[in-house]
Design a protein around this ligand. Sequence first.
Ligand SMILES: NC(=O)c1ccc[n+]([C@@H]2O[C@H](COP(=O)([O-])OP(=O)(O)OC[C@H]3O[C@@H](n4cnc5c(N)ncnc54)[C@H](OP(=O)(O)O)[C@@H]3O)[C@@H](O)[C@H]2O)c1
Length: 295
Amino acid sequence: MRVLVGGGTGFVGRALTQLLRSRGHEVTPISRHPGKNRITWDELSRSGLPPCEGAVNLAGENILNPFRRWDESFRQEVVASRVETTTILAKAIAEAERPPHAWVLVTGVAYYRPSHSTEYTEESPGGDFDFLSRLVTHWEAAAKIPGDATRQVIVRSGVVLGRDGGAIAQMVWPFRFGVGGPIASGRQPFPWIHVADLAGIVTHALEREGVSGVLNGVAPSAVVTTNGDFAQAMGSALRRPALLPLPGFAVSAIFGAERGAMLLEGQRVVPKRTLESNYCFAFPDLPSALQDILA
Ligand SMILES: NC(=O)c1ccc[n+]([C@@H]2O[C@H](COP(=O)([O-])OP(=O)(O)OC[C@H]3O[C@@H](n4cnc5c(N)ncnc54)[C@H](OP(=O)(O)O)[C@@H]3O)[C@@H](O)[C@H]2O)c1
């Protein structure tokens, strides 16, 4: 299968590209920057969809970039980098003479309202209570294409854990120096997934004829994982203490209140439809995922 991957140059995109190529598929990233064996968003808008059987969008400005202030211009970039790229790709798919068989968009579990008690499946309501939840609603709406020539799948991802990027790359150093610990009380849910499984679910969605609609991209045990459990598992995997909590006010000072809430709150998410679609997780439990990542 020839697969176009928007944002294929990023953290998840690199893992997905490697997995798809290992399974004999051809991958072409879509990027803002021209280069060998890739196309740009401008080329895609101008010339339409190149021949392909699958399309994926992973493009998006890093929301938790600590070097960017959470102001209106950054918020707009966060939205545009997701909604505009998705609109461009969906339009190209809708107008293609030979549309791809499958089209997969990765969004986020910020769709569901943070809560210590409520468990969310793909059928749970959400998407209309704060900036990030509304972003997910607009982002997913931008992916919709008319007709049924192309199977459409949305993967709502939790915090992606992997060796070379994402949350672990930002959080590992305090733990290595023995000054890591939970964020605030540590009691907030921590919806997580190993990057190999997120790449696995996207690949499964591209390859499996019967898969469509929303799939939650979290590990099966993530529904009971708290931020404190994550800190403890990081400490054990690195054989370091993980006792020093990062105070909530420090998180809000670095990231701003709205964005800091992503770390201070969390959702208990169940990958119900993902499991029903017969996806088999390589890393269902946090200790095994962290052993793999931090080994
Ligand atoms: N990582 C997580 O924990 C997590 C959790 C939930 C959901 N997600 C979602 O999963 C997707 C992939 O995540 P990731 O961690 O792989 O992301 P990433 O590495 O931060 O970025 C992916 C790609 O997006 C493109 N991009 C960055 N800023 C952009 C901008 N302003 N405009 C257009 N394109 C831009 C870049 O490609 P070029 O430089 O080649 O253009 C980049 O390689 C994202 O949409 C993210 O929101 C991630």
